[in-house]
Write a protein that binds this ligand. Structure first.
Ligand SMILES: Nc1ccn([C@@H]2O[C@H](COP(=O)(O)O)[C@@H](O)[C@H]2O)c(=O)n1
Ligand SMILES: O=P(O)(O)OC[C@H](O)CO
Length: 361
């Protein structure tokens, strides 16, 4: 059982023991009612003598991959519901609005699918963004490979409201003084999205030639173990971004802030298929592990989702894709943020996950 659930169980045992012992005395009956009220509040997660009120809550969704085309399947045969996925997003926005407490939403990328007819790309992107606009608060986006199959960076970033210097799509924000959110650009070094002759595209093409001998650079055929990530639909975080990340984490440490990292591409082999990992996830994690402020890394891309805790106690949670929800089902949620844990409350196919911070760091 999870440590948090055990603690809650112990607390209830204690409260119920109090009820049995004191029920006969009328003063104690009042005390008992008070204790039971506390217990109910704890169960509902409303208030808590030990700080069960979140510091902050935010909505999450990943891999909508909308397109006005018939249902299909992934390369591995998993059904994909391109038209239905926008209904999942509509229900997500309604759900986030109903919570009445969400400060913002994070979308983990791939809002439109690569199979979207290219003359419809802009319309499809705008259609999805219009749905996000129905949320009454900021939406923080990141780019995924499918976004880049549809539109080049220079068109995409302004539409997604991503603050950008020379086409880069990494940024950070601090919604409350206690927390910093870092959004990484996993397609910084990539063979998709940049003009073919852009230095970052050239570097990525060269990298793929060295690492992947297949003529189809999206094929992992013959690649062994972790090398299966060297596919064209993935990318890397460049040197400049790594240096920026180091500075941000140094600053967060100085400011006593806890950090949540968000990236379309997963950063931990324990939580993702090898074919979905960021090319240089190891370099990024080396920077992250220099600091103890990073508690959670959230990602998309690997549609089945997953959760792991790495050797330094950092949680990695890959979010289940909206695209793969059969009609009528959902995959979105919200995260309650505490000073000692993140609690993901998921719907249907998005599993709820408690992410209690450990002291391994
Ligand atoms: N195990 C795999 C996975 C993918 N591919 C190639 O990637 C392309 C995109 O994959 P999807 O997950 O979006 O279906 C696919 O067309 C394949 O070329 C692969 O070869 N092996
Ligand atoms: O969203 P796609 O089509 O890039 O698929 C990504 C796969 O899940 C990676 O294994």
């Amino acid at each position: 059982m999870h440590a948090w659930a055990m603690a809650m169980g112990n607390r209830l045992d204690f409260i119920l023991a109090g009820y049995v012992l004191f029920f006969d005395c009328s003063l104690c009956r009042i005390l008992t009612i008070h204790l039971l009220q506390l217990a109910m509040n704890s169960i509902n997660g409303i208030v808590g003598a030990q700080g069960n009120q979140p510091l902050l809550s935010f909505g999450v969704i990943s891999d909508v991959q909308y397109a006005d085309i018939s249902d299909g399947r992934s390369f591995l045969g998993v059904p994909r519901y391109y038209r239905h996925s926008i209904f999942v997003l509509q229900r997500a926005v309604q759900y986030w609005q109903n919570q009445q407490k969400l400060k913002f939403v994070v979308n983990f990328g791939d809002i439109v699918d690569g199979f979207c007819p290219k003359d419809q790309s802009l319309t499809a992107v705008k259609k999805v963004l219009n749905e996000f606009d129905n949320f009454n608060g900021p939406v923080y986006h990141m780019i995924g490979n499918h976004c880049l199959y549809n539109l080049p960076r220079n068109e995409l970033l302004p539409l997604l409201n991503i603050p950008s210097i020379s086409g880069h799509a990494y940024y950070d924000f601090s919604p409350i003084p206690e927390y910093r959110f870092v959004v990484l650009d996993g397609y910084d070094i990539s063979a998709i999205g940049w003009p073919q002759d852009h230095p970052h595209s050239v570097k990525a093409q060269k990298f793929l030639l060295e690492k992947n001998p297949n003529s189809d650079k999206n094929s992992p055929s013959g690649l062994v173990d972790l090398a299966r990530r060297f596919l064209m639909f993935n990318g890397a975080v460049g040197k400049e971004q790594l240096d920026w990340l180091d500075c941000i984490l140094k600053d967060a440490t100085r400011s006593n802030q806890l950090v949540v990292i968000c990236c379309h591409l997963p950063l931990d082999p324990g939580t993702s298929s090898k074919e979905s990992l960021l090319w240089n996830y190891d370099e990024v994690m080396e920077v992250i592990h220099r600091y103890s402020c990073v508690k959670v890394c959230l990602a998309g891309h690997d549609h089945k989702g997953g959760h792991s805790i790495d050797s330094h106690g950092v949680h990695h949670r890959v979010l289940e894709a909206a695209l793969e929800c059969p009609p009528g089902t959902n995959a979105f949620g919200y995260v309650d943020v505490f000073d000692n844990r993140l609690s993901l409350i998921g719907t249907d196919r998005m599993e709820s996950t408690e992410m209690a911070f450990t002291s391994l760091q």
